[in-house]
Design a protein around this ligand. Structure first.
Ligand SMILES: [Zn+2]
Length: 111
């Protein structure tokens, strides 16, 4: 997993730099009155920047998933705050005093 991650980071950095370079090139072209070239370079910069930003979001998400970060909103799965087990549909659940969702059985069980 380390090598692809490393390559991905490098690609993203390269594309980010490329996007910045294209943006500068577009500005310089526009200044010289070369509107077509400047416009195309500007479009490329926006597309590259957008792709880079979008991808970095994905990487952050998969990185968080790799760490085993518990999240009830992203996975769409509720987890019991007391026993840590997922709460499947049909199981009785209720919020505890801290407003966390727990199994009803866990809440009633003696600590
Ligand atoms: Zn539970």
């Amino acid at each position: 997993m380390e090598l692809p991650q490393y390559l991905g980071d490098r690609n993203r950095l390269t594309r980010a730099l490329l996007a910045v370079g294209l943006a500068v090139y577009a500005l310089l072209s526009l200044r010289k009155g070369k509107r077509l070239r400047g416009g195309l370079a500007g479009l490329g910069a926006v597309a590259l920047g957008y792709a880079t930003a979008t991808e970095s979001g994905d990487v952050t998400e998969s990185f968080a998933a790799g760490l085993g970060t518990e999240s009830t909103t992203e996975s769409g799965q509720l987890r019991c705050a007391m026993c840590g087990e997922p709460i499947v549909p049909g199981q009785r659940r209720q919020p505890n005093e801290n407003d966390e969702t727990v199994h009803e059985a866990c809440l009633e069980a003696p600590a």
